[in-house]
Design a protein around this ligand. Structure first.
Ligand SMILES: [Zn+2]
Length: 612
């Protein structure tokens, strides 16, 4: 391992030592087969020459945007890189270039220019020395391990030291071994999850922040998921299977690095070269040339989490500062898009809690947004009236006829977006979502919720609602009226309470439905989640109102719902899924989430790998 790292050329610690108190990071990865040289310029005017080996990752701590210069003289290209962004080196027409990985919901642009980087003000106050952030850990071996303590300890110490080189390289973190001990596992426990729970209950990590337990209880099964486990980012316990057998030391190192990566917030990726691929023990790391390391999005996440542990002593990902949380969420979304069916990505996003922007919105939408939403509702009512006046059928196939079902919904959504585009840009997206939700609502869902009812009535007084309901018709999505209702109301709730709040409200409604005899519907839950995703993207302007107005079509935003259980009676729901937090239920939710992420509207941009 050390040998590999020595051959990887990265910036010197000297260069790092002066960049401190850094609030953020810029992550670069070299997807070309060659070493890339570049000049790095910080906003304070400091410049340094850097190199990055093929496939390696570099994380650059910074407090403002940085400039990367590729090439020399007149051919030099400068890229201004925003804080908390990810870029890949690729090659186009034989010339190295930087390609930006857009993180969903995070706006950062990269532009190549020929002009030299701006030399900002001369260096101000010197920043404090950055150094390495040390996280105290304890290591505990299962008393049932047949190996002699001293042999075992030496081996694990060496492994941790190698893991530390990897973490230091990616995010300037080392796990500092402060305690070595034993723990006794219950031989009757046969499941890994239970074992992890037992370990967390029996062992207190103090004086360490994190307890890493090893158990020899389970035979190492190749390709099996649980080579190690933890309860998520910043959780206090990690358990690793350490049964003796035909497992190479690099593979064991990968398992340790993977779990410690989870501790620093890393989630799974489809990138086969990353230690965060979900299936370890695949013998990849046994190859001499294999680089044990992280992918770029996970590096960004770990850098930000470690920085906030260092500067703000956070104990849970939901405590991240708003800026860091936004970037981490974007990186989780980018990872989740690459790896369908993986529940870790969804639970990682959830662990962040409601987005910070929306905590502020809890006070209720501004009068400007309420007014804007009113304008949108009136536009939909106008559209409904126009539609009612159209003939049912005409001889000329191109002449407009009375719209119904899915076509009617598409028509309303586009007209609502046209109306919202007439509003000021800071009002339009929220007014569109809120207005559309009110305009499509023909249920009593909102009307028994006082806080919502208040907002709803400000946008549409009761007498106007009666008029609208007479004109609205039955707009459907995928031929289901309830899908339209769930999609649009959940989207509106994002403006009022944020994505988590909106989904929770939808879920609450689903559970209520199943109690009152309507039955739990995964299709409606799916519509809720699709509405939340749509709204999040519209609000963050990843999807423009112009696009919605011109091109909205249901298939781009709502996944097919074949095979989703519908109308599940309450007791059947309980029997099959337990409560809403159960593993079965979360797996089903993760499946829905990935169906939505795979929709044309959210498909990840072209993989930059292809460009090399
Ligand atoms: Zn994992």
């Amino acid at each position: 391992m050390n040998r590999i790292f020595k051959t990887i050329v990265c910036w010197t610690f000297l260069a790092l030592a002066v960049r401190v108190g850094s609030a953020g990071v810029v992550v670069l990865q070299n997807w070309t087969p060659i070493k890339i040289d570049y000049v790095l310029s910080h906003a304070d005017g400091q410049q340094s020459r850097q190199s990055i080996a093929s496939s390696d990752v570099a994380s650059i701590p910074a407090t403002e945007s940085i400039v990367v210069t590729l090439g020399e003289g007149p051919a030099a290209r400068n890229y201004q890189l925003n804080l908390n962004s990810i870029h890949y080196f690729g090659i186009r027409n034989g010339i190295p270039e930087l390609v930006h990985l857009k993180l969903p919901g995070v706006d950062s642009k990269v532009e190549a220019t020929a002009r030299p980087p701006v030399q900002a003000s001369p260096p101000g106050q010197p920043r404090p020395a950055e150094g390495i952030y040390k996280i105290p850990v304890a290591i505990l071996i299962d008393s049932a391990d047949p190996r002699v303590q001293t042999i075992w300890e030496k081996r694990v110490r060496k492994r941790l030291a190698e893991a530390n080189d990897i973490f230091e390289h990616h995010c300037r973190v080392r796990f500092d071994l402060v305690k070595v001990g034993n723990w006794t596992s219950d031989p009757a426990i046969r499941s890994f999850d239970q074992s992890l729970m037992e370990f967390a209950q029996k062992v207190r990590p103090t004086p360490a922040r994190l307890a890493i337990g090893f158990t020899s209880h389970y035979e190492w099964i190749r390709g099996e998921m649980h080579l190690g486990g933890t309860h998520g980012a910043l959780a206090s316990h990690i358990l690793i299977r350490e049964s003796p057998g035909q497992v190479s030391e690099p593979e064991r190192l990968e398992v340790l690095v993977h779990e410690l990566g989870h501790f620093l917030g890393a989630a799974h990726t489809s990138d086969k070269s990353s230690v965060m691929r979900p299936m370890l023990g695949d013998r990849k790391s046994a190859a001499k040339t294999f680089r044990i390391g992280f992918d770029a999005p996970d590096t960004l996440i770990m850098c930000l989490v470690a920085e906030e542990m260092r500067s703000r002593h956070i104990w849970h990902p939901s405590a991240l500062s708003p800026v860091a949380k936004n970037a981490v969420r974007g990186a989780y979304m980018a990872l989740a898009q690459t790896i369908p069916q993986d529940p870790v990505s969804t639970s990682s996003i959830e662990s962040l809690g409601p987005p910070p922007v929306l905590a502020a919105a809890a006070a209720g939408p501004s009068p400007e947004i309420i007014n804007g939403a009113r304008h949108v509702v009136l536009a939909v009512v106008r559209a409904a009236r126009e539609n009612q006046q159209l003939p049912v059928r005409l001889k000329d196939p191109r002449a407009p006829v009375w719209r119904t079902n899915d076509e009617l919904t598409t028509y309303y959504v586009r007209r609502a977006a046209v109306a919202a585009r007439q509003l000021p840009p800071h009002v339009g997206p929220s007014a569109f979502l809120l207005g559309l939700g009110v305009a499509m609502d023909d249920s009593n869902f909102v009307h028994d919720k006082l806080a919502l009812q208040d907002v709803w009535q400000k946008i549409e007084p009761n007498d106007q609602r009666q008029t609208r309901l007479l004109l609205l018709g039955t707009p459907t999505m995928l031929k289901r009226h309830s899908v339209t209702r769930h999609f649009t109301i959940s989207a509106a709730l994002v403006v009022l309470s944020g994505p988590q709040g909106a989904e929770a409200a939808g879920l609450g409604k689903e559970i209520l439905d199943s109690r009152s005899g309507e039955g739990f519907s995964f299709a409606d839950l799916c519509a809720d989640m699709a509405g939340v995703m749509f709204a999040t993207h519209v609000r963050d302007e990843n999807i423009s109102l112009q696009d919605v107005a011109a091109r909205f079509q249901i298939e781009d935003y709502v996944p097919k719902m074949e095979g989703l259980a519908d109308d599940l009676p309450w007791d059947t729901f309980l029997k099959q899924y337990g409560e809403a937090g159960s593993e079965n239920f979360q797996r089903q939710r993760a499946d829905l989430f990935h169906r939505i992420l795979a929709l044309p509207a959210y498909r990840a941009p072209e993989n930059p790998k292809k460009k090399t």
